[in-house]
Design a protein. Structure first.
Lengths: 368, 309
């Protein structure tokens, strides 16, 4: 039997092939979903490394959908707007902000029985106040961050010892800071209490301190080159030679140092801050089992911690990670005993109170 | 197409639509406009309406079990805080200046392409000017960062010539912000101007020249008045684009020129129930921009009335 293909048949054939090709993402995805399920994670850049992600997906058949975040407040607002129907299974909360998520009912307490590898977390972090609230543990500690002074060693020949340098005329137009993060440290610099612990319930006293700090920053606005947001931005500002000094996190700072950029990082004598980031499971997460499986696998091997350190420049909370790092990596991450003593951990209980005031003041400094 | 229409006539559905279409003008309007109207309502009006609704709430997003109420507190708060008002005014002054600068920069380009360049080259030239706009705003902003940074192309160029005081601070100030925004907005000025100038009758310009009108007189008495519709359309588009611009000012601007949309974005990002405040400020910005542009169009319309040939 011979088959004659006329123009009409040919046209229909082409149209059918086109429709099939255009709809392929839908049925291919369905076929994948039948093989495995998915896990939706909101995380900062480098928290889920490509190597771990590929291995996890290969071993479990669970597909990881990763959404990058850059800001805790943004993440909080997005989750609040989802009104209980959360699109994420795992989110990355900062140690000093997780209480907001807990109090708003956005997180699920961690059931440690479902995580045999919980013991692989460094002891000092496993039960830290910044993952515990109301007698429950609400997250898996992942990385520890400090906030201090980053400087270009070629432009700033002597290691600075005070925040004063960032407000000096000598470096006018060559400084940058993250306004919200920097304000508590400026409060300390001006003789106030950036942690707000000493203010107790005296909101007026805290408000006065924040207002003075706000006015000081507005007065010195002409000296700063840039209020930056993302960690990668401060690296770009340093590399492009636009700034010589910045208030910065330990992550981008140590990454610059490891990459051989002439940079130094210190905690000035007025103090710096320390806090942590963890992975937290969302309340009623749609893929709860996958979330536990992911976190348990992450803690299983210190190599996972080492790869996070290399991707973020932050210290890992997974036991045994340090031994896998090279000597330059360890050096870039380390602080002297004196510098460590200048760090204050952001107080979880007072953080809510002070950050509300600081957020508002930061808006006003920008608008001025 | 004709073959398709002839083929379609075989189907009852088509015949049904055809009959319905011919019923009355109202039915015709509904059949043609229904889908676009639904699209505009869902994609444009509904989000704006929700933003208006949120702006009158005292708190949003709501915590589980929380019940909010309505108030004018966020609108009142704007006028009570001079700091916000300053950023608001800064945005309007900046947008006005940038609109004017864009007009000055783009007008000669539009005139050259539509009148001075050989006819065979015009489409090619237009394509050449439009081509960079196929790349996203963010990428073009980063291109400016690479150009204007202390170790960027411009400072390196000055350095090679041994100019004193290099590197110059070209980035994160009014200079970088204005250059970036003028570059971004120039297409929105170019197309209406090109369209208006192209329509000017060449005979008018030739006649004026033959009668001894100087170049300046031909520009002020013929070209500018007759390209007024293009100027108004271009300025309106550029102003509205600039006054609400967010990404480029955030990337190229500095601490001293934070524009109002960046403040609104920060309010939305703040953890807590700050969306009503951000919504109220957005609505105020929208209303003020529309009033400003409305006044401009009315003023230009009054001036343009006497300029018709």
């Amino acid at each position: 039997m011979t088959m004659k293909i006329n123009r009409r048949h040919f046209g229909l054939g082409v149209a059918a092939t086109g429709v099939a090709a255009l709809s392929s993402p839908a049925y291919l995805r369905r076929a994948y979903a039948q093989k495995g399920s998915s896990l939706n994670i909101w995380a900062y850049d480098g928290f889920v490394t490509d190597s771990f992600r590929d291995r996890f997906e290969d071993e479990t058949g669970v597909r990881i959908n990763l959404r990058m975040i850059t800001d805790q407040s943004e993440m909080f607002n997005l989750m609040m707007a989802e009104q209980g129907n959360y699109s994420a299974d795992i989110v990355s909360c900062a140690g000093h902000r997780f209480y907001q998520f807990v109090d708003a009912g956005l997180l699920s307490p961690i059931d440690r029985d479902k995580m045999p590898n919980w013991d692989h977390i460094e002891e000092e972090y496993a039960d830290a106040s910044w993952v515990s609230r109301n007698g429950e543990v609400w997250g898996v500690p992942l990385v520890v961050v400090t906030s201090g002074l980053l400087y270009n060693t070629e432009m700033v020949p002597e290691k600075p010892d005070s925040w004063e340098i960032i407000f000096s005329e000598e470096y006018a137009g060559r400084t940058a800071y993250q306004l919200q993060n920097f304000m508590p440290m400026v409060m300390d610099y001006l003789g106030h209490d950036g942690s707000a612990v000493s203010y107790g319930d005296d909101v007026d006293a805290a408000q006065r301190a924040v207002n003075e700090t706000r006015d000081f920053l507005i007065e010195h606005k002409n000296l700063v080159r840039r209020y930056y947001d993302a960690a990668s931005e401060v690296q770009q500002l340093m590399v492009s030679g636009d700034i010589a000094l910045a208030q910065a996190g330990s992550g981008p700072s140590s990454q610059l140092i490891i990459d051989g950029f002439p940079a130094g990082y210190t905690i000035p004598r007025e103090g710096g801050q320390a806090y942590a980031y963890g992975f937290n499971i969302v309340d009623n997460a749609k893929n709860m089992d996958n979330a536990y499986h992911f976190l348990n696998q992450l803690l299983a091997d210190p190599e996972n911690g080492a790869s996070i350190v290399r991707a973020t420049g932050l210290s890992s909370t997974i036991e045994g990670t340090d031994e896998l790092l090279t000597a330059p990596e360890r050096e870039a991450l380390s602080l002297s005993r004196e510098e460590r003593s200048r760090l204050s951990w952001v107080n979880v209980e007072t953080a809510a109170f002070i950050f509300d005031l600081v957020d508002k003041a930061a808006e006003e400094v920008k608008a001025a | 197409m004709t073959r398709f229409l002839v083929y379609s006539r075989r189907f009852a559905l088509y015949r049904g639509f055809n009959t319905l279409y011919m019923t009355s003008p109202a039915t015709r309007f509904l059949m043609v406009a229904l889908l676009p109207l639904v699209w505009i309502l869902l994609a444009n009006v509904a989000p704006l309406a929700q933003m208006v609704e949120i702006s009158f709430r005292d708190t949003y997003p709501l915590q589980p079990g929380e019940e909010g109420s309505y108030s004018l507190q966020h609108y009142a708060g704007f006028f009570e805080k001079p700091l916000y008002f300053r950023a608001f005014l800064r945005s309007f002054v900046f947008a006005t200046l940038v609109t004017f600068a864009t007009l000055v920069v783009v007008f000669p380009v539009a005139f050259y392409i539509s009148k001075a360049a050989p006819k065979s080259q015009r489409a090619r030239l237009l394509l050449l000017v439009v081509a960079p706009f196929w790349v996203s705003e963010i990428i073009r902003s980063f291109a400016w960062i690479v150009m204007l940074a202390n170790r960027g192309a411009v400072n390196s160029f000055f350095g090679w010539f041994g100019m004193p005081g290099v590197p110059y601070e070209l980035l994160y100030n009014n200079f970088s912000l204005s250059i970036g925004v003028i570059y971004l907005a120039s297409l929105y000025m170019l197309l209406p101007l090109y369209s208006a100038i192209e329509r000017i009758d060449d005979n008018l310009l030739e006649a004026a020249a033959n009668l001894g009108a100087s170049t300046r007189r031909r520009i002020t008495r013929i070209i500018l008045p007759l390209s007024l519709p293009g100027i108004v359309a271009g300025c309106t588009l550029v102003f509205l684009l600039t006054v609400g611009l967010f990404a480029m000012p955030v990337l190229l601007g500095g601490p001293s020129n934070t524009l109002f949309p960046a403040i609104i974005a920060q309010i939305f990002h703040k953890a807590g129930a700050s969306w009503p405040q951000g919504s109220a400020y957005s609505i105020l910005l929208t209303i003020a921009a529309l009033i400003y542009v409305g006044l401009f169009i009315a003023l230009a319309g009054r001036r343009g009335r006497g300029a018709k040939p």
